[in-house]
Design a protein around this ligand. Structure first.
Ligand code: GLN
Length: 231
């Protein structure tokens, strides 16, 4: 840099209880999001430092200027576009309804009348639950992280949860003691984006999009995704 000072590290907000996108393994942050942002930073020659937090705190931290970037399995939504600027979409997700393995009663949103639904604060799943509550008189219980929400339904303390399809499919495949199953088709479709503070980070956003494109072109993007999700 021409300023002569040490290059300022880009602060990256992450939700570290969200495998396969971001989680801790032996004291290190790992996962698709973690490896992607590291590879983007390397490709575009900037330094990053991770700031782990509950998902609900990430957008407020970005708008308060405490974070420069967020990569957190964060879905691009019109509402969020008013608060943050998003990169190009980098992963297709969408929400699934999930029940206890032993539950054969709930096969779709129409069976949710009077049921207890578990969702994570600040997520698109929580927004969907609020809509379902209005439409079907479902009750909503809010959690700070996904693993606690999974336990609630696995234990039979709540009837149903809503989670991003790739996340819940991965959790079920990895944890044989989670008594959960996905019901029906996805409730919606969406894409993950990398967020930056709105209106103030055009240069950084440009680098992120360029880095993402380079990783797609050079095969690194596929390599990272396949490492966690297989071919
Ligand atoms: N994709 C969902 C959202 O954007 C959930 C993200 C998460 O729980 N980390 O709200």
């Amino acid at each position: 840099s021409s300023s002569g000072g040490a290059e300022k590290k880009v602060k990256v907000g992450i939700d570290t209880t969200y495998p396969p996108f971001e989680f801790e393994d032996g004291g290190d942050y790992v996962g698709i999001d973690i490896e992607l942002i590291k590879a983007i930073a390397e490709d575009q020659d900037f330094e990053i430092e991770f700031k782990p937090m509950d998902f609900k705190g990430i957008i407020p931290a970005l708008t308060a200027g405490q974070l420069d970037v967020a990569i957190a399995g964060m879905s691009i939504t019109d509402a969020r576009k008013k608060e943050v600027d998003f990169s190009e979409p980098y992963f297709e997700a969408g929400l699934s309804l999930v029940v206890n393995k032993d539950n054969s009663e709930i096969t779709g949103p129409e069976d949710l009348k009077g049921k207890m639904i578990a969702v994570k604060k600040g997520t698109t799943g929580a927004d969907m639950a609020a809509e379902l509550a209005e439409e079907h008189g479902t009750e909503v219980r809010l959690f700070d992280d996904s693993p606690a929400m999974f336990q609630e339904v696995s234990n039979g303390n709540a009837d149903v949860l809503i989670e991003d399809y790739p996340v819940i499919a991965y959790a079920i495949s990895q944890n044989t003691n989670l008594k959960l199953k996905i019901v029906g088709d996805r409730l919606n479709g969406d894409f993950y984006g990398i967020a930056v503070e709105k209106g103030k980070n055009a240069d950084l956003l440009k680098k992120i999009n360029e880095g993402l494109n380079n990783l797609r072109d050079n095969g690194k993007y596929d390599e990272i995704v396949n490492k966690y999700l297989g071919e």
